[in-house]
Design a protein around this ligand. Structure first.
Ligand code: F3S
Length: 290
């Protein structure tokens, strides 16, 4: 059996940078006398990966789940993860005198700035992405006027006719590139004048195109990633559409191959928040066991 691991599998630049930042802060604090150490928090889990979050928790890093929790802190260091946060969070951190380690991905910061600028100019801004996703909520938190998030084509279709209305459109960094193209066509069909900045991150694009290519050459595909990682889910959808024998797993324990199937080529890829060790475990297992 031939096993191919996608080159783009695993941590993207933004997640890598954020995870490293937490470990760096942790190491700096651990060098101090215990009495002088500041408590360390991350605003939301630093990565969609239970193993890393648990390991950090064991070393004392607490995950803050809400703005309310933040407002109860008297001191500490708060690391902002790659997804970024809304303006209100920065303001609260500053008001409370908490130390900020900003690990928002620069690509997400760019979208936040675009939304701030264009809403300030009085434009109607559309963010294509899941309104429930923290990245999108953070982006919306920079809007200073008319801004909404729309999840997909159906939501665009449900909008009233544009009648020549101007809209400025950006996308969540992990938005599906093909769906984005359909979205833009739909806006035009509905009579909107669009000005668009494609803010889909290259890491996602490369990971998705490589997965598509690999799925086309494989009898079975394995996508590794956390259950709450949206980019992993999208990767799974892309692979499954091309290679029906695609499975989504979190760790090597979830892997299931039907021994009756004639599998000659296995492709492996992983979402942006999957650590190298987990990918290597799966790779070694598939190589050795099949
Ligand atoms: Fe940033 Fe792209 Fe990763 S936006 S967090 S480098 S997927």
């Amino acid at each position: 059996m031939a096993v191919v691991l996608a080159k783009s599998a695993g941590f993207c630049f933004g997640v890598d940078r954020a995870v490293e930042a937490v470990y760096r802060v942790l190491e700096e604090e651990e060098k101090k006398e215990p009495a002088l150490r500041l408590p360390i928090y991350t605003y939301g889990p630093i990565v969609h990966n239970e193993r890393i979050v648990e390991e950090l928790e064991e070393r004392g890093v607490r995950v803050l789940k809400s703005l309310k929790e933040l407002t109860e802190l008297a001191e500490g260091i708060v690391v902002i993860r790659a997804h970024g946060v809304g303006k209100e969070i920065y303001e609260t951190l500053e008001q409370r005198g908490l130390k900020i380690v900003d690990s928002s991905c620069p690509f997400v910061r760019k979208i936040q700035k675009l939304v701030a600028e264009h809403t300030k100019n009085g434009e109607s801004v559309i963010v294509m992405g899941d309104p429930e996703h923290p990245e999108v909520q953070g982006i919306l938190g920079w809007g200073e006027g008319d801004v909404i998030a729309l999840k997909g084509v159906e939501e665009v279709e449900a909008l009233p006719d544009g009648n020549g209305k101007n809209v400025f459109i950006v996308a969540q960094t992990t938005f599906h590139i093909d769906k984005f193209k359909v979205v833009l066509e739909t806006f035009k069909k509905k009579g909107y004048h669009t000005s668009v900045i494609n803010t889909i991150c290259n890491a996602t694009f490369e990971r998705q195109s490589e997965a598509r290519e690999l799925a086309g050459k494989s009898d079975a595909m394995v996508v590794i990633g956390g259950s709450s990682s949206s980019n992993t889910k999208k990767l799974y959808e892309i692979c499954k559409a091309i290679c029906p024998n695609t499975q989504l797993i979190q760790t090597v324990k979830d892997l299931k191959f039907n021994s009756d199937e004639a599998i000659r080529n296995v492709g492996i890829t992983a979402g942006a928040s999957t650590p190298k060790e987990i990918i290597e475990e799966v790779l070694t297992y598939v190589r050795n066991e099949f």
